[in-house]
Design a protein around this ligand. Sequence first.
Ligand code: FES
Ligand code: FES
Length: 154
Amino acid sequence: MTQTVAMTVNGRAVTVTVDDPQMPLLYALRNDLGLTGPHYGCGLSQCGACTVHLDGASARSCQVPVAQAAGKTVVTLEGLGTPDRPHPVQAAFIAEQAVQCGYCANGMIMESAALLARTPRPTEAQVKDALANNICRCGTHPRVVAAVLRAAQG
Ligand code: FES
Ligand code: FES
């Protein structure tokens, strides 16, 4: 049955109309709202490419039914910062050149930003632990960790 879901996305009140309330939030973000920062990687909560912030905490949007986001606040990579005013993690990823193909970068950045929001000065071990379940097929993990530590110092 068709259902309308109202939520706040990147500071803007939006509604999406869906046929299936169990449809992943990721699909609504990408297909209905045109926010292609979050990527589809595995669809199984295993890679992290689809990560967004849901009420301030990181969430894998491929596993969140869109109906569960009703009334909640969603932030995507697009809402984290802008080209003119990037989030410190985004700026650090650029400075450390922490991206190769870039497919995982959304998840790495959104997970790292959530980490720094709750732990502003993490140890290297805490960064590695927070990103342990974010998969990068290109092997950029050492640069990603360096970028997060750089952002934490900034
Ligand atoms: S696409 Fe969501 S965790 Fe892989
Ligand atoms: S940079 Fe290619 S998957 Fe991470």
